[in-house]
Unconditional design. Structure first.
Length: 116
């Protein structure tokens, strides 16, 4: 069992920045891949960015060059830096941990609202 706790969401103006954090209850070395997903009202949840235990990253096309995923193994924490935010980035952002090939754990999410 892995517990994930997200934080860092909030209200920001277009063009602004936020940093989201996801703290895991276990060492990140036990987790194959950590990912950030988002879900806007009326839309399906989709991948934003992911990082493997080896440090390989993957981004959705819509956030490339604006968002950066990183990890601090000593703090069991994965970050998502959100820059140049747009209104269409408004969503609940969820952290996901993939352990092995079939075990997935989710956090409860943090709301990001981009509005003037």
């Amino acid at each position: 069992q892995v517990q994930l706790v997200e934080s860092g969401g909030g209200l920001v103006q277009p063009g602004g920045s936020l940093r989201l954090s996801c703290v895991a209850s276990t060492s990140l070395f036990r987790i194959n891949t950590m990912g950030w997903y988002r879900q806007a009202p009326g839309k399906q949840r989709g991948l934003v960015a992911a990082i493997t235990s080896g440090g390989r990253t993957n981004y959705a096309d819509s956030v490339k060059a604006r968002f950066t995923i990183s990890r601090d193994n000593a703090k069991n924490t994965v970050y998502l830096q959100l820059n140049s935010l747009k209104p269409e980035d408004t969503a609940v952002y969820y952290c996901k941990a993939e352990v092995g090939t079939i075990l997935n754990y989710w956090g409860l999410g943090t709301q990001v609202t981009v509005s003037s």
